[in-house]
Design a protein around this ligand. Structure first.
Ligand SMILES: *[C@@H]1O[C@H](CO)[C@@H](O)[C@H](O)[C@H]1NC(C)=O
Ligand SMILES: *[C@@H]1O[C@H](CO)[C@@H](O)[C@H](O)[C@H]1NC(C)=O
Ligand SMILES: *[C@@H]1O[C@H](CO)[C@@H](O)[C@H](O)[C@H]1NC(C)=O
Ligand SMILES: *[C@@H]1O[C@H](CO)[C@@H](O)[C@H](O)[C@H]1NC(C)=O
Ligand SMILES: *[C@@H]1O[C@H](CO)[C@@H](O)[C@H](O)[C@H]1NC(C)=O
Ligand SMILES: *[C@@H]1O[C@H](CO)[C@@H](O)[C@H](O)[C@H]1NC(C)=O
Length: 477
């Protein structure tokens, strides 16, 4: 009896031990681990610089890596001592450290010798009253450890991207997103050969994109969108052979599209919209066989839309080619892109009669052909117009009309005249009826799951939202 009790007791103890070992064993040991005084002081001072002098770390968090952890600070053990490995400043969680208005980068930051990850979110708010700049010196002290450096949504963060970032050889993620950073992109970023993510979007960067990307063949995300970058695309973009996403939209870039795009076999998203690219479509585009989203709209590119073998881009789900000065007839090969959900060809100089084969695209949810010089009779079926509703756009094609047989249905394409001349589309009664019908159609469409087999990612939802907004907007005017 006694023995059984002893054994069960032993098992119980072992059970408890293994339980605690699994869930928090590291911590049990760690609480006993010390932190070097210098490391602790450097941490307190660094944070105090960010959150303000009234913050007294040694009072509030006497054991910052042990039993009084600081929200946003992570630590790890090296040779039996605690070191700070991650520092996240800004209101990510309810109890996160919030920044002082007059953010200060103290030199103590660079004494945190095992710091792997540093991020600032929604920190510096006013570029006029309390501007902050990224420090330029001493980054080499973090060169061995720093893997991730992120500044997100800090409108008060001004000044340049320090060229000294080029020493951070272990950096895998450099994100400077939606701040007020100015100046040129330093060519030293070409040294960051371990980068997987380079995001400098939403700042006031100017000048050319440096031609320094030939070593960055691990890069997955390249996003320089929404700046004031100018000049032509650098040829070494063609070295980003691993890249999944390339976004330089909303800049002042010019010149031709690159032949080197053909190397980007894994790219799934390319967004070049709202720039000044010219020289027509390049054959290299049809070599990017992984492309799911290709957005080139609002560029004076010109040239014939039939130049490419569109059928090669089998994975395309979103193709946005509006307002590009494209000429020629709508290529029938587009109807071979069985995954296509969005096709935008508005505001070009397209001619001819749209092929009814586009209707056979099983996932197509939006087709915009407005503002061209398409001619003849739209020969899509009544069901197709019904399914698409306001997501079919063909207005502003003066020589286009719809079949008179559709007249009885509420699904006449908006802004297109019937092939018989005498009915006036803009008679107020028929217009209201049309709008109500379409609105209902749109919401009904959203509520139904009819398209879920085709919708696979979030990007599409933002697109869909924009389209809906556009539809609502149009129906209000
Ligand atoms: C924090 O508080 C301690 C004790 O209350 C004090 O000795 C120390 O000077 C304070 N540190 C700062 C930076 O205010
Ligand atoms: C950022 O901070 C400002 C004020 O400091 C606040 O009004 C805003 O909601 C914050 N934004 C986010 C996304 O947390
Ligand atoms: C492209 O993607 C495939 C599959 O994900 C991967 O095996 C391959 O290494 C990638 N190519 C490059 C150049 O990264
Ligand atoms: C496109 O059409 C507009 C008028 O609609 C015309 O001014 C322009 O020259 C045309 N461009 C091309 C490339 O055909
Ligand atoms: C549209 O095309 C027709 C011929 O199909 C042509 O006569 C007309 O000039 C074109 N209109 C514009 C604005 O290019
Ligand atoms: C809107 O759609 C619903 C469901 O399809 C239908 O019952 C209703 O009558 C429609 N309303 C209008 C105004 O067309």
């Amino acid at each position: 009896m006694k023995r059984i009790k002893a054994i069960s007791h032993a098992i119980f103890v072992m059970f408890i031990f293994s339980l605690s070992a699994r869930s928090c064993g590291q911590e049990d040991l760690d609480i006993l681990a010390p932190m070097e005084k210098a490391e602790q002081e450097a941490l307190y001072s660094t944070i105090q610089g960010f959150v303000g002098d009234s913050w007294n770390g040694s009072d509030l968090y006497p054991d910052p890596c042990g039993w009084t952890p600081i929200q946003g600070v992570s630590c790890d053990l090296f040779d039996g001592f605690w070191y700070v490995t991650a520092l996240n400043i800004g209101p990510v969680h309810d109890n996160s450290l919030s920044c002082a208005q007059d953010l200060e980068f103290r030199q103590h930051l660079f004494e945190l010798k095992h710091l792997k990850s540093l991020s600032f979110f929604n920190c510096s708010q006013s570029q006029y009253m309390f501007p902050a700049t990224i420090p330029t010196g001493n980054w080499q002290k973090l060169a061995g450890s720093l893997e991730s450096l992120e500044f997100r949504s800090n409108p008060g963060l001004i000044g340049n991207i320090p060229s000294s970032f080029g020493v951070l050889k272990n950096l895998q993620s450099l994100v400077i997103l939606e701040n007020s950073v100015t100046g040129e992109i330093p060519s030293s970023i070409g040294n960051l050969i371990k980068l997987k993510k380079l995001v400098l979007a939403g700042n006031y960067l100017t000048g050319r994109i440096p031609d320094v990307f030939d070593g960055l063949n691990e890069l997955l995300i390249f996003d320089l969108s929404s700046n004031s970058l100018s000049g032509s695309l650098p040829l070494t973009l063609g070295s980003l052979t691993s890249a999944l996403k390339l976004d330089v939209s909303n800049n002042h870039l010019e010149g031709n599209l690159l032949n080197q795009f053909a190397n980007l076999k894994n790219l799934t998203l390319m967004d070049l919209r709202n720039n000044r690219f010219t020289g027509g479509l390049t054959l290299s585009l049809q070599e990017m066989s992984s492309l799911e989203e290709l957005v080139l709209s609002n560029n004076p590119l010109g040239g014939d839309v039939r130049f490419l073998k569109w059928e090669n881009l089998k994975n395309l789900a979103i193709l946005e080619l509006s307002n590009m000065g494209l000429t020629g007839e709508i290529p029938e090969s587009l109807s071979e892109l069985k995954r296509l959900r969005f096709l935008g060809l508005s505001d070009n100089n397209l001619t001819g009669n749209p092929s009814p084969k586009l209707e056979t695209l099983p996932c197509l949810n939006a087709l915009y052909l407005s503002g061209n010089n398409l001619t003849g009779e739209l020969s899509f079926s009544k069901d197709f117009f019904g399914k698409m509703g306001r997501r079919f756009g063909a207005w502003n094609n003066p020589n286009l009309c719809y079949q008179i047989g559709l007249m009885s249905s509420s699904h006449v394409p908006y802004g297109v005249k019937p092939c018989q001349k005498e009915v006036n589309l803009l008679e107020s009664d028929s217009k209201t009826e049309l709008i109500n019908g379409d609105m209902n159609e749109t919401f009904h469409f959203i509520a139904s799951k009819g398209f879920s087999s085709c919708a696979t990612n979030g990007f599409w939802w933002t697109f869909l939202e924009k389209i809906l907004m556009m539809g609502l907007f149009l129906s209000l005017i």
